[in-house]
Design a protein around this ligand. Structure first.
Ligand code: HEC
Ligand code: HEC
Ligand code: HEC
Ligand code: HEC
Length: 128
């Protein structure tokens, strides 16, 4: 009887440990660098330095990541992140731009405004 209780407890502790481990592993980590793959393969993909943007250029997460609720962006650091292509498709839907334009507006507008980073020469981004 006692032995089986101990065995049961041991198993429970083990199971709890596994669950915590899995949760930690499932947490999304920001990529240092990522290749934004070509959407339709008509252009080379775009290498993107995620880490430089957040640490060196000090761009806030919600400048690029968003979840809209009643027209407001409620995304905050640590929230799960979906691929841009999970929402932006191959055509515009309401105010939701088609994927290619979503990238171009996000990336190029900021570079243009800051007058830093590529926005004129296509091959400064499309080079992968
Ligand atoms: C600031 C970076 C940036 C610049 C500059 C840029 N693009 Fe893009 N563009 C992207 C990203 C990111 C994507 C999405 C990944 C992809 O499809 O290559 C994209 C996608 C595209 C696509 C869709 C490709 C496909 O296969 O569906 C086309 C076409 C395109 N861009 C054309 C251009 C042209 C033409 C220029 C120059 C006038 C240009 N881009 C400049 C970042 C840029
Ligand atoms: C300058 C734009 C930009 C900024 C700033 C930015 N990200 Fe990203 N992030 C991206 C892009 C683009 C991707 C790739 C998305 C895709 O492939 O569709 C990405 C991918 C991610 C992913 C991986 C998603 C996946 O499933 O592959 C996570 C997690 C993430 N970002 C978290 C963050 C956090 C946290 C911050 C702030 C500390 C942040 N990002 C700041 C543009 C940005
Ligand atoms: C969860 C769904 C979702 C994801 C993921 C998403 N978007 Fe959006 N995006 C939207 C919606 C909805 C709108 C329209 C917002 C409005 O009503 O103004 C939008 C609007 C935009 C706009 C135009 C408004 C603005 O902020 O200038 C850009 C640019 C844009 N998205 C780029 C991106 C990029 C780049 C990514 C990936 C890093 C991304 N989006 C990921 C849903 C999403
Ligand atoms: C809110 C501002 C902002 C957004 C959004 C942004 N960038 Fe940038 N990016 C910068 C700044 C600032 C620099 C230039 C820093 C410098 O030259 O000192 C830069 C530089 C770059 C460079 C050249 C240097 C490097 O780090 O590789 C590339 C390529 C680039 N960005 C790609 C992208 C792509 C692709 C996107 C969209 C997914 C994007 N950026 C979105 C601010 C932004």
């Amino acid at each position: 009887m006692k032995k089986s209780v101990i065995a049961f407890l041991t198993i429970m502790v083990f199971v709890a440990g596994m669950l915590m481990f899995n949760m930690a592993m499932a947490q999304q980590t920001q990529p240092d660098k990522t290749n934004i793959n070509s959407i339709q393969k008509t252009k080379p993909g775009v290498p993107f330095d995620h880490k430089k943007h957040t640490t060196d250029y000090k761009v806030k997460c919600d400048k690029c990541h968003h979840v809209y609720k009643d027209g407001k962006n409620v995304y905050k650091e640590g929230d799960p992140v979906q691929k841009c292509g999970a929402c932006h498709t191959d055509k515009m839907e309401g105010k939701k731009l088609k994927l290619q334009n979503a990238y171009h507006k996000n990336c190029k507008d900021c570079h243009k405004e800051a007058n830093k980073g590529p926005f004129q020469k296509c091959e400064d981004c499309h080079k992968q």
